[in-house]
Design a protein around this ligand. Sequence first.
Ligand code: NAD
Length: 573
Amino acid sequence: MKSIQVKRSVSILEVQKQLKANAQLGRVGGFLVVVDDEEKVIGIISDSDIRRNMTEILEGIVIIAEQVMNIDFISISDDLNVAQIPEVIFDRLSTRKIENRIPINYIPVLDKEDRLKSIVHISDLIPVLEHAGRQILIFGQGFVGLTLAMAMVNSGIPIVALERDEDLRREIDSLKPKVFEPHLRDILSQNLHGMYKLFGSKLSHLERPTLFSKRIHIVAVGTPLNKDGKETSVDLNSVFEAMFEIAPTLKFGDLIILRSTVPPGTTRTVARLIFEKFNLRAGFDYHLAYAPERTVEGNAIAEVSRLPQLLGGFTNECTRQAANLFSEFVTSVVICENLEAAELGKLVTNAYRDVRFAFSNEVAQLSSHLEVDVIRLIEDVNLGYARNAIPLPSPGVGGPCLTKDSFMLGINDKEGSVILSARFLNQDMVKFTADKIIDISREFTGKILIVGVAFKGVPATNDLRQSTPIEICRELIEAGLSISAVDAVATSHEILEQGIPIVKELSGDYNVICILNNNPENVKIFRDILDNWAKLRHDDDARLALFDPWGMIATSDISNKKVDRFTLSSKIV
Ligand SMILES: NC(=O)c1ccc[n+]([C@@H]2O[C@H](COP(=O)([O-])OP(=O)(O)OC[C@H]3O[C@@H](n4cnc5c(N)ncnc54)[C@H](O)[C@@H]3O)[C@@H](O)[C@H]2O)c1
């Protein structure tokens, strides 16, 4: 430490010599602390202090260290813990005189008697400063925002969540979020009001933890299709509203990460609008990046950390800033070519799945025409033939993502688009499936029981948004059939909210049972119903039709029962 200390009374020429010697020996460069006779640190001298006094030095005027030293310097005490260091530094930064606000390179570490213990370079403190001084805000606590927040707090990252829907805030606050997600309630109850804080959407009501702390805004608001009859255009209002809420509060170094699914070009449009309205330049006044969510409902909290995170930044520094954040809680980050590539990457991921499923669904339609069992066909052609991995068909492809994301690709007028044709084919499966059930019910007249109405079954979810089973139920009701529904995850209340009658008690008076999502728990429900049906129906000629698009019910499940089984394509014989 001696080499970077000078006594208060030494001449400036001595100070200069010491600075030069340190530089030549590769020690702390351009920086000395000034000590009094008891070796207490009373000031610092940097190259710039020497430069300021160069005229006097050249004129031969004798100046000593204490005349040029800066006494308004920032130091930290050697008994501070890591969490306290940023507070002290930010506090001192904000109370220093304006003329002393020069860039800081070194910070002396002092003991209780103000003696020099060590010295740290500001770059060594950056990770500490970035973490403790920052505030991470997530806009929107729907499925994506909430599961992301839970994954982050579970990794030890504090989150301030903003949700403008009061009912949703109340549900989360009372630990009863509707989202069905393993471990969500546990993580929420451990972190609510601690690592996880929830507010309304008004940013102006929220303070930064410290004057200098950096904010990271993650925007995970909804981007539904417009409900104006033009079902193929996207409503981006929530994205722009959130951005305009953020923009007036932005400070240098803040970061915005857009996470909602959007048409390519949207993030760059955000940058343009913020510049036009607020005169703030992305990549300069603030950082901007796009990082889509690709998790699956029902296993999202685990997947957030496990899945490779696609990422595109407005500039390389924007990308770096966003990548730094994700590297704290995800295992890998994939840096895309640019913003548009990351936006397109999300849409292509979902469009690819939609096309694959459409392929199988078209095979189901072909098989139906030829009265071939499509499940057996697909199993036969996949068996031992690694180049095939054809998925099983399904009664449509639903949910909040696959039903809309293809329409964001800007191909809505493109004739012959494989992706659009696939989307329409998957939409048609609702009618195709409803017609199958209607056909079956002509032979098996009576009540119809629907088992499984969430939009998908694996991993399980209670999400009924754009659920094809719900749409099929509506078609059946419209056709005048008597149906009631039950689901292993979605509650009776949630099903009733969709206008679908629920099963009140298990009875034997069903003649058709349809399994409309592949949640294995629905198989258990089916078994109970079937046992009940067998007990309650003593009439010898009673027969039951089972509509089982995934072939989930094994022959052993229904042996000795008078049950006929149907897939999407045919009766199983
Ligand atoms: N659900 C999924 O599985 C999934 C998966 C990947 C990506 N995505 C995409 O992620 C985005 C969000 O999806 P979601 O299912 O969570 O949507 P959602 O509509 O369920 O939730 C969005 C929430 O944002 C809130 N909100 C809107 N504007 C706000 C604002 N200015 N401040 C605070 N809160 C605001 C809304 O009240 C709503 O609760 C969409 O773009 C979606 O396409 C969804």
